[in-house]
Ligand binder design. Structure first.
Ligand code: GNR
Ligand code: NI
Length: 166
């Protein structure tokens, strides 16, 4: 396994749309393993392939305290949603920045697992928020895109400053 480098906002590559995976083969399985290791090491509760500069529709999520509930989703799709919820979000690609974002409260998701098997999942709470945050990455969207232009400009400047000293 290997740790992957995470792209940092405002890297334009974070705004590209990822392509569907058509075959869950050993290359994809290896990528899922490396993404999981990278997420756990960060540490984060989710990671999407575009954050490690891979434009394919793959996400990994683990919101458990014990870090033993890995959820890998290939080609995830929200097929139903309900309600709304505002949560303070953060992102491994925007380190040190936290802001409230409005999302669906509950979602029904369809995806393929690490073996290529199709499955559906109902999510609420933090799991629901995290899956929506990761699917956004697949569509080239970062949570700061939902904030006011003034806030985005401040974050952009702060991140550029941080990048200079790290
Ligand atoms: O680690 C993460 N925490 C988090 C907290 C609130 C809402 C979303 C997230 S996802 C984030 C990891 C990440 O950047 N995934 O893309
Ligand atoms: Ni993120």
């Amino acid at each position: 396994m290997a740790l992957l480098d995470i792209l940092i906002y405002p890297d334009q590559r974070l705004h590209a749309k990822a392509k569907p995976v058509d075959q869950v083969d050993s290359r994809i399985q290896q990528l899922i393993d490396n993404m999981s290791e990278t997420m756990y090491s960060a540490p984060g509760i989710g990671l999407a392939a575009p954050q490690v500069n891979v434009l394919e529709r793959i996400i990994v999520v683990d919101i458990s305290e014990s870090k033993d509930s890995l959820l890998a989703m290939v080609n995830p799709e929200i097929i139903d949603s309900e309600g709304q919820a505002e949560t303070e979000e953060g992102c491994l690609s925007v380190p040190g920045i936290y802001a409230p974002v409005n999302r669906y409260e509950k979602i029904q998701v369809r995806a393929q697992d690490k073996k290529g098997e199709s499955f559906e999942l109902e999510a609420e709470g933090l799991l629901s928020i995290c899956i929506q945050h990761e699917i956004d990455h697949l569509d080239g969207k970062v949570f700061v895109d939902y904030l006011s232009r003034l806030k985005q400009e401040r974050i952009r400047k702060k991140m550029k400053k941080t990048l200079r000293i790290t």
